[in-house]
Design a protein around this ligand. Sequence first.
Ligand SMILES: Nc1nc2c(ncn2[C@@H]2O[C@H](COP(=O)(O)OP(=O)(O)OP(=O)(O)O)[C@@H](O)[C@H]2O)c(=O)[nH]1
Length: 680
Amino acid sequence: MSKHHSLLQSFGALLVLDADSRRIQAISSNVAVMLGVSAPEEGRFPMLSSVLGKRLSQRVRYELQGQQRLPGPLTFKCPTRSNRFQLHAYRAGAHVLVEIEPLNTLGKQRLLGTVNERLMRLAEATHQEELLDYLVMAVQELTGHDRVSVCHFDSDWHGLIVAESLSASSVKPSGELPLGRLPALLGQRFPAKDFPIALRRAYERHPVRLIQDVAATCEDLQPRDVAVDVSACFLRAPAPERQLYLQRLGVRGALSVAMQGDAGLWGLLYCHSATAHPVTPPVRDAVRTLVQMATQRLLLLRARQEARYLQRVQDSLVLSSNNRLKPQNPYQLFTQHADTWQSLFRAHGVALWVKGSVYQSGNTPKPEAISQFVTRIEKAHIHSGPWCTQETTKEPLTSSLGMLEHSGVLAIPLPTSPTQRSWLIFFRPEQVETLYWAMQPSSSPLHPLMLSPSAAWCEEVTGKSEAWQRVERLAAMDLGEDLTLAISAYEISTLNMHLERERKALADANQRLEQLAHFDPLTQVWNRYRIEQAIDAQLVAAQRYGAAFALLLFDVDHFKQINDTLGHSVGDDVLVSLARLVENSLRGCDHLGRWGGEEFVVLATHSNMEAAEGLAERLRSLVATLYVNGLDQPMTVSIGVAVWQHGDSCKTLIARADTAMYQAKRNGRNRVEIAAKSAP
Ligand SMILES: Nc1nc2c(ncn2[C@@H]2O[C@H](COP(=O)(O)OP(=O)(O)OP(=O)(O)O)[C@@H](O)[C@H]2O)c(=O)[nH]1
């Protein structure tokens, strides 16, 4: 528990009560004067009711029941004085603290009207500058401080004065500063060490800090030995080092209000005066309301601006164009969109690295440097989000790659393949910037020298590009996702095309293989292998269902003579014509196959002896009518017929048909012979 007894600001008074809110246990030294109550005698503190009156103290007790703090301030008129006061009460450990401030209600109505009007004007602002300029002006009018300024924090917590209003008496027409007045600070920076984390946290707890008089003596608690935690007290006086800091800035009266952004403290509104500057609670509340409203409007304006920017990036996206269904190769995509991307990301060059190919547009490093960078970043940056730097020479991933004139790099990974990502990389040039520091960044906060426009310390920042904004990094992710889809779609469509080509080639090869495996290349009827397969299948069916079938084996008569006298090509023609003739005269369920040389087999399904003999006879007589070019007489065939019988195999059936065929040859050719049944 901290005991900051001497840290209470003199414009407010503090009562420390027991947990029951009845008995006073300690008071700030100014209570007696402020409320007109007599100073307590040694060790004898009055009841709360004797200071605040019975009704008010009962109300405090009632509203604090089961609560940490009162829902809002209560106002009261002191029984012994005519002026009004405002009180806040809350629990602090085993105590209840009551903070009391004098309340000046004069002109409160007028104040409300003015504040409303100011709020409306703030709500109409369409740009950040306009909004902040109006805010500082309105606050300055309201409080009458010498200087009202808005300090915005950058990502390193350095503060930059972005808006400022000075009271007319602050600056002489000659521009010279009147004695004892505060200098203008617009455009100047304060180093981050002036805003230590404890201070920033304190603003999150109490967004408003009022120091009416930096030099005022602080009020003690009496008795001093009561252990009270006053850290949550909003009337707490500034720490001695802060007091000293303000004094060195020439500030005697100060009011500051936190501007809370969506990601922490956006900035602070400072009201400073060179002399003590009282601010009544209603004015203080009005300033707080204006600042809150302005901050919300500011965030809204920024959100709108960001949304518009993201929309522009969305509009530039590859897939949202009409080419969604027409995959384009990455090079086409790049050449088509590079200029737009470059201007959206305020870059002077852009490169796309896809599978070792580098496409470039605008001012970029050499392709070898880009490839080397990709090799490095591919290992070092495994996250899916973009990577960026403002200072390539200081960044290990980019230093020593010859990127000197490219100070800024924004690299967007595109997960186009699971093993190797593609990269879209933007480059920004160096932007030399002059920073004006109101305070020497290296000096101790307790010795803040400078702080006059003429003394401001200039710093020239080189080797840095403009920073990559958060919204630009967000947009980079959108663009990355879109581009990944576009490149992947193209790769998939290319793969599909190859696959389709290969699938067709495979189907053709299979068909050729099938042809070769099953068909005789000369006559295009089944070959021996295929007809044997068919005979085997027929044997299985016959064995199981008793379906009879027959084989007709036939051979061209005196074929050698045709070959010898008319040549092999005529012989071939004879075989082809014969095969066509027989094939065309068979039923759909019968099959013709070439057994070898000039021998053919007909597999006649569902055929008994009689049917098979009839078929054989029909074929024989049909062939005998066949004239082939070059032959002076029709050709003939000798046919051997074998009908299936139980226990037959392909081999036994063929052997019987073969025997019958040779019998037909022996019996004079151009004949049909039926194979005798083999003995069971
Ligand atoms: N042009 C041609 N001739 C073939 C082909 N296959 C086999 N031959 C020939 O057919 C002839 C068959 O002759 P042989 O077995 O003596 O029988 P043949 O002359 O028909 O006499 P028989 O069968 O007894 O009537 C041989 O000269 C083979 O070279 C072929 O695909 N094309």
